[in-house]
Design a protein around this ligand. Structure first.
Ligand SMILES: [Mg+2]
Length: 327
């Protein structure tokens, strides 16, 4: 497919933006409290870093791709408290190096471009806010959809490198049919990402990328003489980055009983990254992910991602059978 253009200078601007927002979130993370982190109406967490990150990214998108449609996680309604609004404004002013009005902050949080554009931007300024608050893993993520396919993705995993070797401290940028690269968040040094080495399919140890709360046991139908499983704990969309660099091998995820279908911004950049490094992601039943439904993946149940198509082919049906009652 032909991708809509994004000039090299705009691509570089977006990489710099992702690095700047990542650095800002790390600074905020060091000093979080009740004034800066709270619960939204749906009981999920939000912080001043989520909101300032959204403002900064939408500010750039309004300038670089004016009018293009945006689906973004945060709403200005979670920011009724004027003190918190003031703190978000300070973070934005620090980054933009100019005065910003409260009205501009509120307008930017709600900026969604033009609902008729043929490219859609998917933004989650902090994926895994719960992890972010307890200084776990989290991600800053942005992606584009064109003709119902994910066409570009940026997935930043801010944090010290030792927290998750090869994953934490990097920005993963990918382009449909154009490969993927890994950019050091601290230095900006980029390197192309090869497909992870093929896993030996007999006697192999499969590392399963999980958030503890979403762990699925290895199905009893998996032959223990053929497969050994070990959990690889990592929060957020960063699981896909772990698969893309070969640090983990599969990511099974049950549908959520409480929050409904998954939001597309929680998966898009990761799914494209995996595709461009030779992996594959479908839903847990093996159906291709359907990006045409709007903000949520309403036509899919759960996720099954694998770093290699053979792993997907062998293990996805066993996992699907194991949780058939909830699919
Ligand atoms: Mg978020």
């Amino acid at each position: 497919m032909n991708l809509r253009t994004l000039s090299t200078s705009h691509q570089e601007q977006l990489v710099q933006l992702m690095r700047d927002v990542s650095a800002m979130t790390l600074r905020v993370q060091q000093d979080l409290g009740r004034k800066t982190a709270w619960r939204k109406k749906d009981h999920s967490f939000v912080t001043i870093a989520d909101l300032a990150g959204q403002v900064l990214i939408l500010h750039t998108l309004a300038e670089v791709v004016p009018g293009e449609r945006i689906y973004a996680e945060e709403e200005a309604t979670s920011l009724k408290n004027t003190r918190r609004l003031g703190l978000v404004r300070e973070l934005v002013e620090d980054q933009l190096q100019r005065t910003v009005s409260i009205g501009e902050v509120v307008d930017l949080i709600g900026y969604r471009g033009d609902m008729d554009s043929d490219r859609t931007w998917l933004l989650d300024p902090i994926d895994g806010t719960k992890g972010f608050i307890r200084t776990g893993h989290y991600a800053v993520t942005l992606a584009t959809l064109e003709q119902d396919q994910v066409t570009r993705g940026w997935l930043a995993v801010p944090g010290p490198k030792e927290k998750a070797p090869d994953v934490s401290g990097y920005l993963f940028a990918s382009q449909r049919d154009g490969g993927a690269k890994k950019i050091d968040l601290a230095t900006g040094t980029a390197s192309a990402l090869p497909a992870p080495a093929d896993l030996p399919l007999h006697g192999g140890e499969v590392k399963i990328a999980v958030t503890k709360a979403h762990y699925i046991d290895l199905p009893p139908t998996v032959d223990p003489s053929q497969w050994k499983a070990e959990p690889y704990a990592i929060d957020s969309i960063a699981k896909y980055a772990a698969l893309a660099v070969g640090a983990a091998h599969i990511y099974p995820r049950k549908p959520s009983r409480w929050t409904g279908p998954f939001y597309c911004w929680d998966h898009a950049a990761g799914v494209l990254l995996l595709r461009e490094t030779g992996g594959v992601a479908t839903d847990l039943a093996g159906k291709p992910l359907d990006w045409s439904a709007g903000v949520r993946l309403t036509n899919n149940r759960g996720i099954f991602a694998a770093s290699h198509p053979d792993l997907h082919e062998q293990l996805q049906p066993l996992f699907a059978d194991h949780v058939r009652d909830i699919l």
